[in-house]
Design a protein around this ligand. Structure first.
Ligand code: CP
Ligand code: NVA
Length: 304
């Protein structure tokens, strides 16, 4: 049996496939709005396992499956035997007998990889502590809607070098854009991602100066200072205070630069209210595009 097409990380999928998913996301959005969308996943079911909370990922995957003609089950891990110690490997093999794909939001990336190792159906990363590839697919779609092809453009990441930042690093290599990150030294992205980018010869610069990162950038991105599952909130807030995105910082970016945040946002912390609600902000387009980008990801995984 051919091995299933998992969507685990942008680094694990070819540029060609990611580009064709991006084009598919754009046409699926247009078709949905025009009322002409097809239903290539009729009769297919997606199981969605959540080990952490979610609004966007939960709703957009569920609606994506329905718009594609299929359905989805939301499974809180504490309601599964998984929550009482049944192994990931057994869970993967049991679910593979019932449904056609699994999306998981996992506390540990290792759980995602274990699930993918044992499942005989596609597994999708709906966020782990290490990465959030579905989010960044929606973000690239959003960027291109506003500013055209992302290839050769410059994106600035300001704040925590977290899971979303790592998926942006993967994306910079796969989609061929420049990425400038400004993070406190203690919160630089993890070595594995930095090494991967180096091996792939990506145009990714990591430093500590927000102004340097943002200067002339086409897009400024940030995220919460305290991700789900992190307990050192006070220390992080202290370290990240100089990395808040405000109007003054946005003025260093290109004139027509856009501002992105995957949400949920914490106003007055990583971003000021005026930037988040201002004319450069495209945060709700990003949220909307989760739906369309994920339809393209699901269609790719299911071979539809
Ligand atoms: N951006 C994002 O993944 O949001 P949720 O945590 O609400 O799914
Ligand atoms: N970095 C955040 C993203 C939330 C969508 C977290 O992991 O909590």
């Amino acid at each position: 049996m051919a091995s299933p097409k998992h969507f685990l990380d942008l680094s694990a999928v070819s540029s060609m496939d990611l580009r064709s998913m991006m084009d598919d996301a754009r046409s699926r959005k247009q078709a949905t709005k025009a009322g002409t969308a097809d239903k290539p996943l009729a009769g297919k079911m997606l199981a969605m396992i959540f080990e952490k909370p979610s609004t966007r990922t939960r709703v957009s995957f569920d609606i994506a499956m329905r718009q594609l003609g299929g359905g989805a089950l939301t499974l809180n891990h504490m309601d599964l035997q998984l929550g009482r110690g049944e192994s990931v490997a057994d869970t993967a093999r049991v679910l593979s007998r019932y449904v056609d794909g699994i999306m998981i939001r996992a506390n540990a990336h290792a759980t995602l990889l274990e699930l993918a190792k044992y499942a005989t159906i596609p597994v999708i990363n709906g966020l782990t502590e290490k990465s959030h590839p579905c989010q960044v697919m929606a973000d690239i779609q959003t960027f291109e809607e506003h500013l055209g092809p992302i290839e050769g453009k410059t994106v600035a990441w300001v704040g925590d070098g977290n899971n979303v930042a790592v998926s942006w690093m993967h994306a910079a290599v796969r989609f061929g854009f420049k990425l400038r990150l400004a993070c406190p030294k203690a919160l630089f992205p993890e070595d594995e991602a930095v090494e991967w980018v180096k091996r792939e010869k990506g145009d990714v610069e990591i430093g500590t100066d927000p102004e340097r990162a943002v200067k002339g950038a086409d897009c400024v991105v940030t995220d919460t200072w305290v991700s789900m599952g992190q307990s050192d909130a006070d220390e992080r807030k202290k370290m990240l205070a100089p990395y808040a995105v405000d109007e003054k910082l946005m003025r260093k970016a290109a004139k027509n630069a856009i501002f992105m945040h995957c949400l949920p946002a914490y106003r007055g912390h990583e971003v000021t209210e005026d930037v988040l609600e201002g004319p450069q902000s495209v945060i709700f387009d990003e949220a909307e595009n989760r739906l369309h980008a994920q339809k393209a990801i699901l269609a790719w995984c299911f071979g539809a």
